[in-house]
Design a protein around this ligand. Structure first.
Ligand SMILES: O=C(O)c1ccccc1NCC(=O)[C@H](O)[C@H](O)COP(=O)(O)O
Length: 601
């Protein structure tokens, strides 16, 4: 499906109108539409991650382009001048090279372009682009250029864009003048242009229909009638909050002042040397207040609950990290807090149980089923059904009925956004490989989401193989599971032939879950993310590796990502870059480490 770029944005209301487009353009070249880097950075915060942020330059020097990539941050760069191939090669994000089309010679020039995309435009009048004029599309009939690289611009509007698409079949259409009235952007025209191009099929471009809660075929709202009202209320409240700059500012205030963000992307020098392959970087979610990534989501949802007038929170917890994060934020914001936790996990995570109680939460022990995370989610959902009037269910992973998977992903995307900015600052380019552990999948989806459109970045999720994926004691849902409904969403899960949910096993309580977030299932389905499984023993060995080489004792969950990273690194070269998300620290796992690693540690 053809993507839309709205170019020359300068005002917040127009940026918001462009939020359903595939791309937004900021002009840094001389023009009446010119913006400063600082202005573009402010405007870009209004756009969802799914929208490409494109900087338009005319013969700018590399330093200016790099500064804008870093500060806005830009995901693509559009060059409208006489830029050299050397400059194009030095740019660490995807590049669009613009060509003015007057005759067949111009068409031959664009065929030689080394850029990722070529943009065809009418010759400028006062400036190099944004003229509002069309060029002769028939000149492109003989052009040798893959449609997947072609972007059409120049004099497009709602009246002619369908004809441009049917005659040129481009990857993207680009408009500026055609969505303006009296030389200023017009929000209605922007929305109409997007609607005209995308029509009813708008949601299919990424293979997701997030506003209806589906990622491809996965997700949805499979809940009893008694919960439907609460789920719909939450959906509407989150849709509003997401667009509300005051809500976003409050959320980011807590991330900075309370959680301690941004967290470093630490270069792991000794690990790099020991593995003898790529440069290894660690994204340090272990340094967050409360010790793991879980607090990023707990803060967002607690603020949303208050916005909805709900001052009681129910949550589930496996390893206890989400329970502690929830109890912490409830203490801070004076909310009543009930946490459901499996009896088996209470035994494994004594320290976190005490922390939750100390913070004022009520911890309810769940003895049903395997007495682990799945059973805790069941009980938390039951509690929510009975108390839905004044209680918010603060789910801890990218699971559950819509809007939970999208909402949790959005709150956790701070991990990937920071990583993206930091690696460009440190290395001037994006990494080759990123790994994160997957239980329900929240740290992984938060890390992966800002990179999903970067085809050159290999994304690897690591599940728990427990005692081996060929035994019946593992939690490798994506590797071994089959499609079905669990906890309100269509996903992959471990189930028997009668659809009965099977018990999962992992030494790590946070990965010990028989389902997985629906967006991960979709990303596996379309082949964008690879999912691997690591055994209990391999994870334990990596706890020692990271502790001894970097002085970082990881959580058992994060150690799974480290173990797979070691295997992946073996096939990589020294010029390559690998990033591991260290989702949490190992304090909570000390009893397990003392028992299992005695004699080794
Ligand atoms: O918009 C400008 O003023 C501009 C100035 C210098 C270089 C590029 C510029 N704009 C790029 C674009 O807006 C689009 O790529 C395209 O040219 C839009 O064309 P149109 O819809 O005809 O305004």
């Amino acid at each position: 499906m053809t993507k839309v770029k709205i170019c020359g944005l300068q005002e917040i209301e127009h940026v918001r109108a462009a939020s359903e487009a595939g791309a937004a353009g900021f002009v840094f070249a001389p023009s009446r539409r010119k913006v400063s880097i600082e202005q573009a950075a402010r405007l870009a915060t209004e756009l969802p991650d799914s929208v490409e942020k494109i900087g338009v330059f005319v013969n700018a020097d590399l330093d200016e382009i790099l500064e804008a990539i870093q500060k806005v941050p830009l995901t693509m760069v559009q060059l409208h001048g006489d830029e050299t191939d050397d400059l194009i090669r030095s740019i660490p994000v995807k590049v669009i090279q613009a060509f003015s089309i007057r005759d067949a010679d111009d068409v031959r020039k664009l065929e030689q372009s080394i850029a990722d995309y070529v943009l065809v435009d009418a010759p400028g009048i006062q400036h190099r682009g944004g003229s509002g004029r069309r060029f002769d599309w028939t000149l492109l009939e003989q052009a040798v250029i893959e449609p997947g690289r072609l972007i059409v611009a120049g004099g497009l509007d709602t009246g002619n864009v369908e004809a441009a698409i049917s005659s040129l079949a481009p990857y993207m259409v680009d408009v500026s003048s055609g969505v303006e009235t009296d030389g200023k952007k017009d929000a209605e025209k922007i929305k109409n242009f997007i609607k005209t191009v995308k029509g009813d099929s708008m949601q299919h471009t990424t293979g997701t229909k997030e506003e209806t809660g589906f990622f491809g075929r996965f997700g949805g709202q499979f809940v009893p009638e008694t919960l439907m009202r609460a789920v719909k209320e939450l959906e509407a409240a989150y849709a509003e909050a997401k667009e509300d700059s005051d809500f976003q500012a409050t959320y980011h205030h807590y991330l900075k002042e309370y959680v301690g963000r941004e967290q470093p992307l630490t270069f792991a020098a000794r690990l790099t040397e020991a593995w003898g392959g790529p440069k290894v970087y660690l994204k340090r979610e272990d340094l967050n207040h409360t010790g793991a990534h879980k607090i990023n989501n707990a803060i967002g949802q607690a603020l949303l609950a208050i916005r909805m007038g709900k001052r009681k929170i129910v949550a589930e917890t496996g390893a206890g990290q989400h329970g502690v994060a929830t109890a912490t934020i409830c203490a801070l914001l004076d909310l009543e807090c009930v946490i459901f936790m499996g009896e088996e996990d209470i035994r494994r995570q004594q320290l976190n149980v005490f922390r939750m109680k100390l913070l004022g939460a009520k911890v309810e022990s769940v003895t049903k089923g395997s007495a682990t995370l799945k059973d805790a989610v069941n009980e938390a959902l039951r509690y929510w059904v009975s108390n839905v009037g004044d209680t918010h269910y603060l789910i801890g992973s990218a699971l559950g009925p819509h809007p939970f998977p999208t909402m949790v992903r959005d709150f956790q995307s701070v991990i990937g956004k920071e990583t993206r900015k930091q690696i460009v600052e440190k290395e001037g380019r994006l990494p080759d490989v990123i790994l994160a552990c997957v239980g329900g999948g929240s740290n992984a989806i938060g890390m992966f989401h800002p990179f999903v459109n970067d085809e050159g970045v290999r994304l690897i999720g690591v599940e728990a193989a427990g005692e081996g994926v060929d035994t019946n004691r593992h939690a490798a849902t994506l590797t071994k599971g089959t499609e079905g409904v669990l906890h309100g969403a269509f996903m992959k899960l471990l189930q028997d032939d009668n659809g009965q949910v099977q018990e999962a096993h992992s030494i790590s309580a946070g990965l010990d879950y028989p389902g997985v977030g629906p967006e991960h299932v979709h990303l596996e389905d379309i082949g964008r993310v690879e999912y691997k499984a690591v055994t209990d023993d391999e994870a334990l060995a990596s706890v020692i590796t990271l502790s001894r080489l970097e002085g970082i004792i990881p959580a058992l969950e994060s150690a799974h990502a480290v173990a797979e990273a070691e295997k992946v690194a073996a096939a990589m070269g020294p010029e390559e870059i690998l990033v591991i998300c260290v989702s949490g620290r190992g304090d909570k796992d000390m009893a397990t480490y003392a028992e299992k690693l005695e004699g080794l540690a």
